[in-house]
Ligand binder design. Structure first.
Ligand code: AMO
Length: 424
């Protein structure tokens, strides 16, 4: 007999024999009957058994066979009666949290220490389902727009973003690093495919314990060639983020419902500020080199108040404060063609038009006092014909954290890595 998923049980013909598999979500012993609530990947199903039926404990995987029976009181109006329950493994140990409760009431350390079971809670699981649906939307948008998915090495010879926060590993007796981003590779691959994207882990040896930083996160990287300027890159970013929201709408509707969240609307175009004006709106001194988390929050409030938007783009960050590969503004090289996208008051995306001429790289490295040698293979790629290009990277965990308004990014990360945590 084929397996019936909990979500398909309401469509079963009354009296039809069904076979379900899942976990014992909850046992309820009443005077005249015993209820078993079975949980599978699709939802919950109610199974009715005679009073006093011995059942395996909560979280034990089981198989249930019985008859689909209409009952208005049951979820979806159909339950399983005359059932036989067979355990598919040993009795499960009592979980650290009561997973059958409608909301998961546990401290963050408990959630994280017991991740393999706490993620089973339907509301907790919904957070990752948002991530998965967003990824589908991300890929579909780019696939439809002529992008090629690539994967670049995570063991690298050289730090890409800054020298400080890299993890060193022993690579056959010589030092190597865990990649802080696919930056150098995605730019070189523009020379091959014109348009590329990568979904992959990146590693940052973040020395601080913050609610928005992880030591390993999932970076959604995009790079496209033959662009006019960074504005074209920002237009692509806008469509990608809209595609991610659309992905959630199409593939994550049940997760959205379980979480009771409101999905953001991505305006076309997203409100855009120059860095100078962003500072002034945030009430920061005009010579401030970067936006602090408090400034970003202020800009988030401004975007909502002035434009009813969850999103605001900031362009023109001071060149000296952005990565060396960022393209300066040709009108005034003090400012760059780099941008950030702020979503609900927090930086979600960084991007830029990049330098694409070899001489510009050599000069910039020199000006910054960076040695040439460690960057040689990357920089020399620009001698072989790389077109004007730009791109961006979205932090997946930050995206989901803001969608569900989680105060701490760890709440939406399956197995977070940080200063103190390397397990589970
Ligand atoms: P950046 O370093 O700003 O840019 O990272 C891009 C986005 O990644 C997320 N992010 C993080 N998420 C969790 N934990 C962290 N430690 C962390 N650090 C960053 C943020 C951030 O906006 N190469 C450039 C991108 C580019 O220009 O294409 C880069 O990596 O959401």
């Amino acid at each position: 007999m084929r397996r019936t998923l909990a979500s398909a049980l309401p469509a079963a013909t009354p009296g039809e024999e069904v076979r379900l598999q899942g976990w014992v979500h909850r046992r309820r012993e009443l005077a005249r009957v015993t209820f078993l609530v079975l949980r599978d990947r699709s939802g919950l199903a109610q199974v009715v058994l005679p009073a006093g039926t011995a059942l395996p404990p909560e979280e034990t995987p089981v198989e249930v066979t019985g008859l689909a029976t209409a009952n208005d009181q049951a979820p979806g109006g159909v339950e399983v009666t005359e059932a036989t329950v067979v355990a598919l493994s040993d009795d499960a140990e009592t979980p650290a949290v009561e997973l059958w409760r409608p909301s998961l009431d546990a401290s963050l350390p408990t959630l994280l220490d017991h991740a393999a079971t706490t993620w089973r809670h339907p509301v907790q699981r919904a957070k990752w389902e948002l991530a998965a649906a967003s990824l589908r939307g991300f890929r579909e948008t780019l696939d439809a727009d002529g992008f090629t998915e690539v994967h670049s090495p995570k063991l690298v010879e050289q730090a890409t973003e800054s020298g400080a926060n890299v993890f060193t590993v022993d690579y056959f007796g010589r030092p190597a690093y865990l990649a802080q981003s696919p930056q150098f590779y995605k730019q070189q691959l523009v020379g091959v495919f014109e348009r590329v994207y990568e979904v992959g882990p990146v590693f940052r040896a973040e020395p601080h314990d913050t609610v928005r930083h992880l030591a390993e996160y999932l970076s959604l990287d995009v790079e496209l060639g033959f662009v006019e300027d960074h504005r074209e890159v920002m237009a692509c970013l806008r469509d990608v983020v809209a595609g991610m929201v659309d992905g959630i709408r199409r593939y994550g509707a049940s997760a959205v419902e379980r979480l009771g969240i409101e999905l953001p609307v991505v305006p076309e175009p997203i409100p855009l500020l120059h860095f100078r004006d962003a500072l002034s709106i945030a009430g920061a001194p005009a010579d401030e080199p970067d936006l602090s988390p408090a400034h970003e929050r202020a800009l988030g409030e401004w975007a909502m108040a002035e434009h009813g938007s969850d999103f605001v783009l900031v362009e023109g960050y001071p060149t000296a404060n952005r990565a060396f590969y960022s393209h300066p503004d040709p009108q005034d090289p003090h400012w760059s063609r780099a941008f950030d996208l702020i979503f609900r008051g927090i930086e979600l995306v960084s991007g830029a038009q990049r330098l694409h001429r070899y001489d510009d790289y050599v000069r910039t490295l020199e000006q910054r006092g960076y040695p040439y040698e460690p960057y040689a293979t990357y920089v020399e790629a620009f001698r072989r014909g790389i077109p004007p290009h730009g791109g961006f990277a979205i932090g997946l965990e930050r995206w989901v954290a803001r969608l569900v308004e989680a105060p701490n990014i760890r709440e939406v990360t399956l197995f977070p890595r940080d200063l103190h945590r390397l397990a589970p």
